[in-house]
Design a binder for this molecule. Structure first.
Ligand code: HMG
Length: 389
């Protein structure tokens, strides 16, 4: 039985800052951000969006009535969780009006968790072929104003339905994974911003890629020439390129050209959104599928990396007429409708956070065009609104 991605949707907040303008404000050459880091625009989450609303808005793009009935497992993958105890998946389950006879949980391992989520979903479908699983990768990347990580922030979510006989991509066997306890990036419970050893994190990302790729080749018997493209976890778009370059000489010139061309296509959306942590690899896949003209049956390599760290390499095969099941137009509209804000406004939005002392707050959701918004906090409980209900 084939199991894989049946539907895939994306959501990012309605405001962004231009990276050239951010570079100027920080006294940095704009080319450092646009070429050295490889980012053009950075999505910013207003106070009315959190990991729950981003995930729910992404899922709204793809689910229909049949999905609402058949989804019996919601896997909320995030490192921007809103509660130490209650899963973000329970809120999303309610906001979407899903079948009550469903499981809802939250998974965490930095940017890797959504990969664990889809593999867990695959196991669930193998045992329950009639059901569907909703996997959500949702995050807000925050390093702080004027920090080296600032240019690699972002916000957004990817939602995927995993099912039997998927319409978009079958997940293949031969996954190779690797765990090693390192401190390249982490966020202690008391901090709303990440701590990072930037250079070390870059090195570890590449090391993990090289290690899983070597074992993957042995295990699967496949090589670079068997991949139409490789999608990477993209903390910034230059990062995957650095990793790809370390193995390119294993392939002929023709294959190298193809992989480099498809790599560029797989970064279009990420370049204009920034790091969305758990969703980044899947945003890159979406960017590739919606902007390249890949043939049905093409094999796509996928490298997932979550600091701390866990990495995985796996592959998927595009299904017959997969293009008919993508929602490129609605993603284009999402990008077209976004508003640019000044660097000053971005800083104001960045610093506008929920009270940390348990006091109530009422938020103005009239300026946030998202269907699902956070409207406040009352008695330590976040209040969510689905404007369509
Ligand atoms: P930095 O120190 O500001 O930048 O930090 P840099 O000095 O290393 O420069 C960056 C690049 O710009 C270099 O290119 C420069 O040469 C180039 P490279 O040598 O790396 O190819 N450059 C220019 N290019 C063109 N014109 C110019 C120019 N000037 C310089 N004028 C760093 C960069 C990424 C380290 C920082 O932003 C950071 O710490 N970011 C956060 C950590 C991160 O993203 N790490 C990535 C791997 S870890 C990961 O992916 C996991 C993660 O997503 C978290 C999770 O799992 O949850 C982060």
């Amino acid at each position: 039985m084939k199991i894989g991605i049946d539907k895939i949707g994306f959501y990012s907040p309605h405001v962004y800052v231009d990276m050239e303008k951010l570079a100027e404000a920080r006294g940095v050459e704009p080319a450092k951000f646009t070429i050295g880091i490889g980012q053009s625009q950075m999505a910013i989450a207003p106070i009315t969006q959190d990991s729950v609303t981003l995930a729910a808005n992404a899922a709204l793009q793809i689910i229909d009535e049949e999905d609402r009935e058949k989804i019996d497992f919601v896997i909320f993958c995030s490192e921007s969780g809103i509660d130490h105890s209650k899963s973000g998946g329970v809120y999303v389950h309610q906001l979407l009006g899903l079948n009550p006879h469903a499981r809802a949980v939250e998974l965490k391992q930095a940017c890797y968790a959504a990969t664990a989520g889809i593999q867990m979903a695959k196991g669930h479908i193998a045992l329950n072929p009639e059901s569907k699983v909703l996997v959500l990768g949702t995050d807000i990347a925050r390093y702080g104003l004027n920090t080296p990580g600032e240019s690699t922030q972002g916000a957004g979510a990817v939602a995927m339905i995993i099912s039997a006989n998927p319409h978009v991509m079958e997940l293949e066997q031969h996954n190779v994974y690797l765990t090693n306890d390192i401190m390249d990036f982490w966020r202690p419970i008391y901090s709303d911003k990440a701590f990072v050893d930037g250079k070390f994190s870059n090195e570890q990302y590449i090391l993990f890629f090289n290690k899983v790729w070597e074992v993957y080749k042995e295990k699967s018997g496949l090589e670079l020439k068997d991949m139409e493209a490789i999608c990477y976890h993209l903390p910034y778009t230059k990062m995957g390129l650095k990793a790809l370059r370390t193995v390119l000489d294993e392939a002929s010139e023709e294959v190298q050209e193809r992989l480099l061309k498809n790599y560029q296509t797989s970064t279009i959306y990420n370049r204009n959104v920034g790091n969305i942590y758990t969703g980044s690899l899947y945003l890159s896949l979406l960017s590739l599928l919606e902007n390249a003209d890949l043939e049905d049956g093409s094999r796509i390599g996928m490298f997932s990396y979550g600091s701390g760290a866990v990495g995985e390499f796996f592959t998927g095969v595009l299904q017959l007429n997969y293009r008919d099941y993508l929602i490129k137009e609605s993603h284009q509209q999402l990008f077209n409708k976004r508003e640019e804000v000044t660097v000053e406004k971005y800083e104001e939005i960045f610093e506008d956070v929920l009270p940390a002392d348990g006091s109530d707050i009422e938020l103005d959701i009239s300026k946030d065009p998202a269907t699902i918004c956070l409207s406040g906090v009352v008695d330590n409980k976040r209040q969510y609104v689905n404007k369509n209900r």
